[in-house]
Design a protein around this ligand. Structure first.
Ligand code: ZN
Length: 99
């Protein structure tokens, strides 16, 4: 593989990573607003708080899939030891350079 392709690959991965972090942060924000509703205004908008919490949680869990946060070479989600790796330098599966 030429250097040019490796550069395209890492640029594409960084673009996907930016999309994923926006989505994950947005979902996290929705989740936090739901938690704040429940703790600060208990019972007032309980159903709305539960909707926000579940939507936020679901958004955070599915954000790597929705944002297509995958290695451009092997099409797998980069992982750390247990969870999704936030900013890996190389793909653990195929060793592609991602930065
Ligand atoms: Zn890979």
């Amino acid at each position: 593989m030429s250097d040019h392709n490796a550069l395209d690959q890492s640029a594409e991965f960084q673009r996907r990573r930016a999309a994923w972090s926006r989505l994950a942060l947005g979902s996290g924000g929705v989740f936090v607003v739901g938690v704040l509703f429940i703790t600060m205004l208990p019972g007032v908008v309980g159903w709305l708080a539960h909707v926000l919490i579940w939507v936020g949680l679901a958004g955070m869990l599915t954000s790597p899939l929705i944002a297509n946060y995958r290695c451009p070479r092997c099409d797998r989600i980069p992982r750390g030891e247990e969870i999704v790796a936030f900013d890996p330098a190389v793909c653990r599966h195929c060793r592609a350079r991602l930065k």
